[in-house]
Design a protein around this ligand. Sequence first.
Ligand SMILES: *Cc1c(COP(=O)(O)O)cnc(C)c1O
Length: 366
Amino acid sequence: MPPKPPSAADLLHLHGQSLSKGDPISPDLTMASMFHLPGLPGGEHFYGRAGTPTWDVLESALSHLEGAPTLVFPSGMGAISAALFSVLKSGDRILLPSDGYYATRRLAEGPLASLGVATDLRPTTGFAEGRFDGYRLVFIETPSNPGLDLCDIAEIAGQVRAAGGISVVDNTTMTCFGQRPLDLGADILVAADTKAPGGHSDLLMGHLSTRDDALLDAARTWRTLSGGIPGPFEAWLLHRSLETLEVRFDRMCTTAGHLSERLAEHPAVSQIRYPGLPSDPGHALATRQMSRFGFMIGLWLETEEKAEAFINDCPLLRPATSFGGVHSSAERRARWGDDVPAAFVRLSVGCEPLEELWSALEAALG
Ligand SMILES: *Cc1c(COP(=O)(O)O)cnc(C)c1O
């Protein structure tokens, strides 16, 4: 059985528990950079780069959702950078998925390499099978973006810990409602809230969660001193989005499940990846590790031209990079150089009603 998702009901009443009579029900947006601070500082807010009341509301919502203390960042890469730069030092070696989100790899192979951190790459499929000795940090992404391959978080986190390293899981593709990396034994969770948690394609944000006090302190210090901080308005907007995440994610995953079965039967689709399909190579692991099968589907169409026509001509698909919006979107990842076939389409299923969406997709495939 996968670890239990967080309580969506408690999330909706979390902020309300702290209110006094006459307080607004929705959280205040505090835009201040300076705070009233006579005398000696005593742990209250003092300067906006170190902390603001609007982050506090968001971080307590995310801490509830992740079941762990959480820090917010101005993007998913901001959270990933904090995890890497606050842990690593010159001479360290790290392991990354060869088929995961490209920017994490480029960060390691560029800026981290020039600071003396060496990186090895390993495919997500079979990630658990190699050894983990000698790695200060092991970075896991499952299902991987864009290929939707899976690896066993509990198995890898256990092996990495036994070898003396730190495991970091990028949980962007699943969110807290679909997969619980910290409950599976990972040391640090990072996620891009730009995707489904924001959900409306109007916001970049990210977060880092960990139950290890020393790792949390190091990431907080990195955030304060690097200055990579989110603005209060983005924090307020993400808090608003989180209140509907469970509803949106539920709809998106349910629709993706139905669509995957229909697409698998469609003659224009030569191959399909969706962890919820019993025929998918990741299905058995997905059933053990994930509480939902996600909202992303990988499709192989016949040719690059047919893939482009499908993406661009379907009125209910936004041809766009990124994913997790209320509107369905799709793109050919090969156009960015990802190691996937030219006719591979990454489909992000949104909140459109199933039958309307299916009619549009079916028409565009034909
Ligand atoms: C988008 C994404 C990121 C980066 O998030 P940004 O908010 O764009 O910085 C990191 N990891 C994965 C898996 C992503 O899909």
